[in-house]
Ligand binder design. Structure first.
Ligand code: UDP
Length: 265
């Protein structure tokens, strides 16, 4: 009994594991061309140098990402998302991931503030797109379109598609969060190639959650995202819960996530 009460939640599964990252696991899906994306409770920052378990974070990110991807699909922005399966898992289409982090910024913060000496919170003259090459050994270096096409990570046409997707996602998310009293400072997406027979299109993949966005309360500028963890501000789970509540994903009567079993409708 003592053993049981002390072990934390461990994903147990008989399905074939395809890939395990810092925050998620991908399993083989029920049909060819599908995968199951499992959200873990691990919070990591600075390329895994900081690592903690935040009970319930995976459940919240699964729900928030589901909500956003469903909306993107509805407005005709193609994504890998099919449907949520349970508290921590969603069914997705298998795509060929492009090894880039695509960052869109509306307001100066984080690495941009540091690099260019801009005060955090300075509005940018226009939305800015940046690219980072996904490579842990190199700490995800920033790269330009030139590097990306020269090294063949993406064709020039694909870059155009990725930038158009990124701007559409930014426009949609900015409005969505504004309606919830939240400023979308910046965010990161990842894209993949979805093959349908001989046809290929670029789709939004991975996740969109407070782990991958900077979200500030419109009134108080309070941080409601992973910076609470990165900067040791505390209250990370409560902030994610507040994002979910304001988006109407969970309501006041729901039991707090992380404190015990939670009924997910
Ligand atoms: N971001 C992310 N994963 C990363 C790096 C950045 O999701 O590996 C997100 C981050 O949450 C923020 C945006 O991308 O919303 C811009 O991050 P930035 O370049 O300022 O880097 P950071 O300050 O997070 O190191």
């Amino acid at each position: 009994m003592d053993f049981l009460s002390r072990t934390r939640y461990v994903p147990m599964n008989r399905r074939r594991r395809i890939y395990e990252g810092k925050g998620k696991i991908l399993y083989e899906g029920p049909e060819p061309g599908t995968l199951i994306q499992h959200f873990k409770d691990d919070a990591t920052a600075f390329n895994n140098k900081k690592h903690e378990i935040v009970d319930g974070k995976g459940v919240l990110n699964n729900r928030i990402s589901e909500f956003i991807f469903n909306h993107l699909n509805e407005i005709g922005i193609p994504t890998h998302f099919l449907r949520r399966m349970n508290m921590r898992e969603q069914l997705i289409r298998e795509v060929e991931m492009i090894p880039l982090e695509v960052v869109v910024r509306n307001v100066a913060a984080g690495s941009l503030s540091k690099r260019l000496g801009l005060d955090e919170g300075t509005p940018l003259p226009r939305s800015i797109i940046e690219f980072y090459y996904k490579n842990d050994a190199l700490d995800d270096p920033m790269v330009s379109e030139e590097h990306i096409t020269a090294f063949g990570w993406c064709a020039p046409q694909e870059m155009d598609d990725i930038m158009a997707l990124a701007i559409r996602v930014n426009d949609f998310l900015s409005g969505l969060f504004l309606g919830a009293g939240i400023r979308l400072v910046d965010f990161k997406i990842e894209c993949g190639r979805l093959w349908e027979g001989d046809m290929m299109r670029i789709v939004v993949a991975d996740e969109i959650s407070p782990d991958s966005c900077r979200l500030w309360d419109i009134q108080s500028n309070e941080k409601m995202d992973k910076d609470r963890f990165r900067r040791d501000l505390g209250g990370m789970l409560e902030a994610y819960q507040e994002v979910a509540r304001r988006l109407g994903i969970i309501n006041d009567t729901d039991r707090p996530i992380g404190g015990g079993p939670v009924l997910v409708k």
